[in-house]
Design a protein around this ligand. Structure first.
Ligand code: AMP
Length: 305
């Protein structure tokens, strides 16, 4: 079953303590769509300007991402620039140029409305609502967000939560949204706002999954060298959504979601090994399977007695 992915498609400039690269392929939808494409078909909804390099469009095509929902309009592509601190865990946004994103209205291509799985990758919650307004009864809807929307569009975000099955956000955002310091309290408080499932990402420390059936904690892969953390959250969300869609079960359950969280973590761990989407370009199914097993062994222990 395919997954519909809507979000930003960007040209990023990223500076880490050791390197800086400009005009890289980025954006929440780019990372999420390519990550999901390792598991299932993807219907992409987004916008780029007429300056967007053709090679990136060809790359999406090579990943079998359906581009009927990609708008190519006159003007410049959305641009974002960020600089990481020495710990690579925190960053400052240096600049944001909305460009064609300013007047973007996500419209579904013919046939997209029936896509059973939906990933609302990080964009303004009003646009995420607009996509859901056009969908016909999706089976499972996942939303991602960021601190900016909690600051400037909290009402739209909170009303979106009533319409989604799962919210993905990072630890700082969970605390910001709920005003709670305990992540366990925050995760449960977010469930009360609507989503049955909540995934709280903790960067290099893994992620927490809150479900009505229970609680699951997934560690992070012990990488020695992180080159660029940009898009880790989006790759996580894409892998998670892509895996769920590939299972095509009548109903999503806790066991499947635990595996989906591990697949999301596997994809994020590869993505941070290189700038932009470079590591995903060479990634193989075998590497994904091996790292999934490594995650399993890392967190498995025997019963006593
Ligand atoms: P992450 O590292 O998961 O937070 O995602 C980074 C990506 O988000 C970059 O590739 C940016 O292009 C994109 N991005 C940054 N700010 C925004 C925004 N306000 N709306 C949508 N996407 C954004």
């Amino acid at each position: 079953m395919p997954v519909l992915v809507v979000g930003s498609i960007a040209l990023d400039t990223v500076k880490t303590p050791v390197a800086e690269h400009a005009d890289l392929l980025g954006g929440s939808a780019s990372y999420a769509a390519v990550s999901a494409s390792f598991f299932t078909g993807v219907n992409l909804v987004g916008v780029v300007g007429d300056d967007f390099p053709k090679e990136h469009i060809e790359y999406f095509r090579s990943r079998k991402v359906d581009l009927a929902g990609l708008q190519i309009v006159k003007g410049k592509t959305f641009r974002w620039s960020g600089e990481y601190h020495w710990d690579l865990n925190t960053r400052d946004t240096r600049s944001v140029e909305l460009n064609v994103f300013e007047h973007f209205s996500p419209e579904l291509a013919p046939g997209y409305a029936a896509t059973p799985y939906v990933l609302l990758a990080n964009i303004a919650p009003q646009l995420q609502h607009h996509v859901l307004d056009q969908m016909e009864k999706p089976r499972f809807v996942i939303a991602d967000t960021m601190d900016l929307w909690i600051n400037i569009a909290q009402d739209a975000l909170v009303s979106l939560l009533k319409r989604v099955d799962m919210l993905i956000l990072n630890d700082g955002e969970a605390r910001q949204l709920t005003g709670m310091t305990s992540l366990i309290k925050a995760g449960r408080a977010i469930q009360k706002l609507g989503p049955k499932y909540v995934a709280v990402k903790k960067g290099e420390h893994g992620c927490l999954l809150f479900a009505p059936e229970g609680f699951f904690s997934c560690g992070a892969y012990p990488l020695e060298d992180i080159h660029d953390p940009t898009g880790a959250g989006d790759t996580f969300a894409g892998g998670l959504a892509g895996y769920l869609a590939s299972q095509d079960k009548a109903e999503v359950n806790f066991e499947q979601l635990k595996r989906a969280v591990v697949y999301g973590s596997v994809m994020a761990s590869f993505n941070v090994e290189a700038f932009s989407l470079e590591r995903l370009r060479t990634l193989t199914q075998r590497e994904i399977d091996e790292r999934y097993q490594a995650f399993r062994l890392m967190s498995h222990f025997e019963t006593i007695g």
